[in-house]
Design a protein around this ligand. Structure first.
Ligand SMILES: [Zn+2]
Length: 515
């Protein structure tokens, strides 16, 4: 009889125990996509994960014995994360969202949903896709389910997103070194509210801030972004407040929702209101102090400086076509200008690494000839050829690597003293290993030119000097050059000397009180 006791115990108690855990879904699609780029994003770019695969995206949920795993019955639906890019096709959006909604339908009911998004998705012919997504999720799960949304601080918060989510937060660091910490917080707060019986926050304060700035001016490494974002955690830590967040917003899309925003959630109305107003007024009061994270100039100025400098490696950001902000990543203009310079023809000239340009034609030809042989082929300007045509590259193949998730095949072609990384598909180069894998040594190079905005941490740490080149492309850093038609006006700094905006709290209703 003894050995049957534990069995009976398990049979009797495990369902009861399981019922006491909240049932939580994980769902969301994330991309930052520029409407000023001719590029289009298709479904495969999202590398969607389904069901149990979803856990693999999150270190704090990955292991079966991760502390947060045991606190809920997890029902992961679909998570899709794309590199930034062009506007998502309607077909890709509907297909992915359709699978997400089907999965939610199949596995319900739910107590909570963790809605993990970026917040700056653009879809052909559809405004505010994240608002559309959450409304369609609500139609399936109902208004009572607690939804916790985690976002990038470069995302946009529309009124319908603010109304339909219960908890909401975003990163507090740019570059986003706190990305996983933010997601974990969104999950932890969701589980807390589900298990402590408090449920939906009593108050959600939303303040749209009519400021639109590029991420390259709002890094939290330097002022005034540093102090502004440093104020978020103390605001959120107060009793009666659940979370607080500031969104810089996304500057390369043209919709009414593209602007900065503040949100604070909590149960103490006065504290929620005061915290939201303080953060919004802080943002407004420092609006004139935002500068680019590095000295800027046109490309000629940056190359002249780098060639003359004694400091190496000298980094130059080819910022207008930054693929991690939504540029096509295949604008050839900058590389064309570099290859025209005589200094790089001379084998005693400065060494330069260019990262990178997609060129499936050249990659194919390099695969045929192999390392150590000369190759000639076309690269770039298949998507964004507004500034320069496809580039004919002729040089020695020094490396070929296969298997990268984004690039698929990477080839290094040496032209004079310039090592050009050519990829089959576009890929951002953010880490030292991205270069060393290809036999390149960025620390030993005189100049490194990267399609990037602000340097990611590893590159930032190795730079001897750095200039941000204001090059043309779908994410032109000079916002005055962009043809906005639909953003709200007036908008700082596009409209100079605008009057002080209304920075009072807009109280957002909970989804179960919406009509
Ligand atoms: Zn971001």
């Amino acid at each position: 009889m003894k050995q049957f006791l534990p069995v009976i115990f398990m049979v009797l108690w495990s369902p009861v125990f399981a019922q006491s855990l909240p049932r939580v879904a994980i769902a969301g699609l994330g991309i930052e996509s520029s409407t000023f780029s001719p590029a289009r994003t298709e479904e495969p770019a999202f590398h969607a994960k389904y069901g149990q695969e979803v856990f693999g995206n999150y270190p704090f949920l990955k292991d079966d014995n991760a502390p947060l795993r045991s606190q809920a019955v997890w029902l992961p639906a679909v998570i899709g994360k794309s590199l930034p890019g062009g506007t998502v096709t309607r077909q890709a959006y509907e297909s992915l969202l359709g699978k997400l909604l089907d999965s939610l339908k199949k596995n319900g009911p739910y107590d909570g949903i963790w809605f993990d998004i970026h917040g700056a998705m653009s879809v052909v012919g559809l405004d505010d896709p994240e608002g559309d997504m959450i409304i369609r999720i609500r139609k399936i799960v109902g208004p009572k389910v607690l939804i916790s949304t985690s976002m990038d601080l470069h995302g946009n918060v529309s009124k319908r997103l603010a109304e339909n989510t219960d908890l909401i937060t975003c990163y507090r660091m740019a570059p986003h070194e706190d990305a996983m910490e933010t997601k974990e917080r969104a999950v932890r707060l969701l589980l807390e509210r589900l298990t402590n019986g408090k449920g939906k926050p009593k108050f959600k304060a939303y303040i749209p801030v009519p400021i639109l700035l590029p991420g390259e001016k709002t890094s939290t490494r330097i002022e005034p972004g540093k102090s502004l974002y440093a104020a978020v955690a103390p605001a959120a830590a107060q009793d009666g407040i659940i979370d607080a967040a500031i969104w810089v917003g996304y500057a390369w899309a043209d919709e009414p929702r593209n602007h900065a925003a503040v949100m604070v959630t909590g149960d103490d109305k006065q504290k929620v209101e005061a915290a939201a107003k303080d953060l919004a007024m802080h943002f407004w009061s420092v609006r004139n102090e935002f500068e680019f994270v590095a000295p800027t100039g046109n490309l000629k100025y940056c190359l002249d400086k780098a060639i003359a400098s004694e400091l190496h490696p000298f980094f130059i950001s080819d910022s207008g076509d930054n693929p991690t902000a939504g540029g096509a990543g295949d604008v050839t203009w900058t590389l064309q200008q570099i290859l025209k310079r005589k200094e790089f023809d001379d084998l005693n000239g400065p060494s330069l690494i260019y990262a990178s340009i997609p060129g499936p034609d050249l990659v194919e030809k390099a695969l045929q000839v192999g390392v150590g042989h000369e190759v000639e082929g076309l690269a770039g300007a298949m998507v964004d050829h507004r500034y320069a045509p496809p580039l004919k590259l002729k040089g020695m193949v020094t490396a070929i690597e296969k298997g990268d998730r984004d690039a698929e095949v990477e080839v290094v072609v040496k032209v004079g003293t310039v090592s050009v990384i050519v990829t089959k598909k576009r890929k951002p180069y953010h880490r030292e290993a991205d270069f060393t894998r290809l036999g390149l040594n960025p620390r030993g190079a005189d100049i490194v030119v990267v399609k990037i905005g602000y340097l990611e941490p590893e590159l930032y740490a190795m730079r001897a000097d750095w200039l941000l080149a204001l090059t043309p492309g779908g994410v032109d850093q000079d916002l005055q050059r962009l043809p906005y038609k639909r953003i709200n006006r007036p908008m700082f700094p596009l409209n100079k000397n605008m009057p002080t905006p209304n920075l009072s709290v807009r109280w957002m209703r909970a989804a179960d009180t919406l009509k």
